[in-house]
Design a protein around this ligand. Structure first.
Ligand SMILES: [Cu+2]
Length: 143
């Protein structure tokens, strides 16, 4: 009897652990991507960049409660060679732009030449989700 009770307890604890992990993890099909701007594009500055997201939501930075597990805000990495530590808050500087209000587009002004762009979603504390929602890195040429 005790064995059966403890087995059920272990089972229930496992279920709780699994649902906890799932609640904090973006679904496998979730992704972030650039809308209408392709790798190799040639643009004139200033230009508009639109941020796409699928399978996950957008919410302003600092959002508390349940929604923070199903939504985040975009960060645009500009000319970043080495990704920041994905277990820490995304740095905030000219190369790591935060869209705290939940913006889904930005107008960029970059000097002529080649530049790389990459999207990285962050949670209420600006930390990437686990696993991170990160786009492919695209290289564009600004005329
Ligand atoms: Cu942020």
């Amino acid at each position: 009897m005790i064995n059966r009770v403890s087995m059920v307890t272990v089972f229930l604890i496992s279920l709780l652990a699994i649902s906890w992990a799932v609640a904090h993890t973006p679904p496998e099909h979730a992704k972030v991507y650039f809308i209408g701007l392709k790798d190799g594009a040639v643009v004139k500055s200033p230009f508009k960049v639109r941020f796409g997201i699928k399978g996950f939501g957008i919410t302003p930075a600092g959002t508390k409660g349940r929604q923070r597990h199903t939504a985040g805000h975009h960060h645009l990495l500009v000319d970043v060679e080495q990704l920041p530590d994905l277990t820490e808050a995304v740095p905030r500087d000219a190369h790591h732009m935060h869209f705290d209000q939940g913006e889904t587009e930005a107008t960029l002004e970059l000097p002529p030449g080649k530049h790389t762009l990459q999207l990285l979603l962050g949670d209420e504390e600006h930390e990437p989700q686990d696993p991170p929602l990160i786009s492919g890195k695209i290289t564009i040429t600004v005329q």
